[in-house]
Every structure is written in structure tokens, then in C-alpha cells.
Design a protein around this ligand. Structure first.
Ligand code: TXA
Ligand code: MG
Length: 317
């Protein structure tokens, strides 16, 4: 078992030193847990890829402690992007910006753009500040799951997901359950108006309000079901709808009754709670050995859109 450390000041100091020494640190954020490495250490970043079994051309997000430290990673930052940054950071939003000359190909998968985010989770911020105080420039971190699998929203889920692949010097910081439960909104700020690449808790309406015009959604639809490895997927098969058979897992808002004989995995009272419990419920299905999960996605705008996006991808089996 990997050591799971509670987020005391000492633990955060130890974690910052581990990053400095080229080890990996899984840490809580308000969206999901991240698997962090020093972005200036190529071999540490390459270990993220091997631990996750992730293809090398997938760029990683760089987490930074402040808007000032953004300048290290991005250049020619447009005014509207700074507006979004000031409005929604620290928070569940990733901005895709033109990369600075400092940024290496192993961070961006060779792309000329870089994804940057300031998380709002207090432990994540403290870790970023602590790492900065010993010379760190940010933390590269994808979600702390194996490629294609469900993102972890607890330290225990990180251990279950990656414990086998981590080294004795890597660390897991325990910051309790992630507040939001689905990954950050990704906004492509290369052109104006910006476009949304992944929906999240910073909603299209909030973004439009901040930039003062309508923005486009470029959220990738599933082109050919079955052809691509699914994402956000548990071992169980995920089907969308409300008709479950006895023995199936079932996820829906509290207002929807459980079909006869189905195993209720989550009973969220509203959309926020749906997002918070979704990945936990999908993991629970696997723990219980459930073969099929039927999920009824919530309707409407805002965070419901992010839930539908993840469930659509999870059901692409
Ligand atoms: O909420 C989150 O964003 C979490 C926490 C840990 O911060 N992180 C996360 O990272 O979800 P990851 O790597 O699992 O998902 C980030 C997505 C990937 O699909 C990646 O391809 C995309 O962001 N991405 C990163 N940098 C990019 C770039 N320069 N251009 C386009 N897409 C990028
Ligand atoms: Mg991910």
C-alpha cells in the first residue's frame, strides 16, 4: 500500500520536496484528484505517462499558484483570457493559451498551446505555493486514473486506481472528497471568441457573461461508437436510460424511482450532487462486481451538460 498522507503542513512540505526530487504526488483538487510531477523534469513527467498508461501525444495541464506565474507558461495572453482568469480562478477552469518559449514538447504533446489552471482546493494551492517556495514553477497533472478509466474523487480511489503502479517514493495526499466531482471546463483561448473543449462547472453561460458574447462548444462528440477506447469508463458496461434489469446498477436523480431489482448506486438530490457522486458511483459498481450500470443523465444547462458529456463517453463501449 502507498502511504496516504493527510494534508498537514508537514505532509505538504514533504510532498513539495518529493516533487522537487522527481517523484510523483497525487493531490486533491476541487474537480478530481491529479497525478502531479515537476513540469521541468522530463523523466518525472514521463513517469506520469507510464503510471497512467497514457499515449505520449496527450498534453498535460500545468497547475500554477497565481496569475503572475502564468507568464512562465503562456505568452501573448489575450485580454478576454485574462478576464476569464480573473473571474474564475482559482477554480475549475483550464485555459488553452499560446505556450511560452519555456514550455517543452513533452508537456504539450508537441502542440504550440499549453493548458493552464489555478485550482481552488486549499491543499492544491498550498502544495503549489510550497513547491514555488523551493523553486517550483507549477505542477503538471492529469487526472490520477489509468488512461480511459474513471477519474478519482478520493485518495482511496487514487490508491485503488494507481497504487500498484506508483513507486515507494511517490505520495498520495488525502484531502477528502473532491467538491465538484467532474473535471475542469477546458476553454480554448487561441482564437476569439473562445470555444469550449470540455464542459465543467464553469458553464457556457458563465463564460459568455464574462467575455460578453456567445461562445462555441467544440466538445468532441463520439464519432464512431465502439471504434475508440471509451473514456471515463468503469469496468462495468454503462448504458443510458431509465430501464434497468434486476442486478443492474442504477444512477439517477432522487426523483426517479429505482427499477425493480436494480442496485441504486447514487441518489443525488440535484445536479451538483449528481456531479459530485457520479465517479464514486461508477467505482462502487466495479467494487460490487456489477456488470451493467444504467444511468439517467440529468436534463438542462450548466453542470448537467458536463455530466451528460462524461456519461456519453463512458457508455461508448
Ligand atoms: O479538472 C481537471 O482539469 C483535472 C485536475 C487534476 O486539474 N485534470 C485533468 O487532466 O482532467 P486530464 O489530463 O485528465 O485532462 C485534461 C485534458 C486532456 O484531455 C488533454 O488532452 C487536454 O486537457 N489538454 C491539455 N492540454 C491541452 C492543450 N494544450 N490543448 C488541447 N487540449 C489540452
Ligand atoms: Mg483525465
Amino acid at each position: 500500500m502507498r502511504e496516504i498522507m493527510d494534508c498537514t503542513g508537514d505532509a505538504i512540505k514533504k510532498a513539495a520536496l518529493a516533487l522537487k526530487d522527481g517523484h510523483l504526488v497525487a493531490f486533491p483538487t476541487e474537480t478530481v484528484y491529479g497525478l502531479g510531477a515537476d513540469p521541468t523534469n522530463e523523466s518525472a513527467v514521463s513517469r506520469i505517462y507510464s503510471v497512467k498508461d497514457r499515449p505520449a501525444d496527450h498534453p498535460v495541464i500545468v497547475h500554477v499558484p497565481s496569475i503572475e506565474s502564468l507568464e512562465i507558461w503562456a505568452k501573448e495572453i489575450p485580454t478576454f483570457a485574462l478576464k476569464l482568469a480573473n473571474e474564475f480562478w482559482p477554480g475549475p477552469m483550464t485555459l488553452i493559451l499560446k505556450r511560452s518559449n519555456f514550455v517543452q514538447d513533452y508537456i504539450t504533446g508537441g502542440q504550440e498551446n499549453v493548458g493552464v489552471r489555478i485550482p481552488s482546493n486549499p491543499t492544491a494551492l498550498k502544495l503549489l505555493e510550497e513547491f514555488q517556495s523551493i523553486g517550483g514553477t507549477g505542477i503538471a497533472a492529469p487526472s490520477a486514473n489509468r488512461f480511459g478509466a474513471v477519474s478519482p474523487t478520493t485518495a482511496k480511489a487514487v490508491e485503488a486506481e494507481l497504487g500498484f503502479f506508483l513507486s515507494p517514493d511517490d505520495l498520495i495526499l488525502n484531502g477528502g472528497q473532491s467538491l465538484i466531482g467532474v473535471e475542469s471546463t477546458i476553454i480554448d483561448c487561441i482564437d476569439f471568441p473562445p470555444s469550449i473543449l470540455r464542459p465543467g462547472a464553469i458553464t457556457i453561460e458563465m463564460i459568455e457573461m464574462a467575455v460578453g458574447r456567445s461562445v462555441e462548444s467544440k466538445v468532441q462528440a463520439i464519432k464512431a461508437p465502439g471504434l475508440f477506447k471509451s473514456h471515463y469508463s468503469p469496468k462495468a458496461l454503462v448504458r443510458l436510460g431509465k430501464h434497468a434489469l434486476p442486478g443492474d446498477g442504477f444512477i439517477a436523480l432522487e426523483s426517479v424511482p429505482t427499477p425493480f431489482g436494480a442496485h441504486r448506486l447514487a441518489t443525488p438530490v440535484n445536479v451538483d450532487e449528481y456531479a459530485k457522486k457520479l465517479y464514486y458511483a461508477l467505482r462502487l459498481a466495479d467494487e460490487l462486481g456489477i456488470k451493467t450500470v444504467v444511468a439517467l443523465p440529468p436534463e438542462g444547462a450548466g453542470l448537467a451538460e458536463a455530466i451528460r458529456d462524461r456519461l456519453n463517453k463512458a457508455s461508448n463501449g
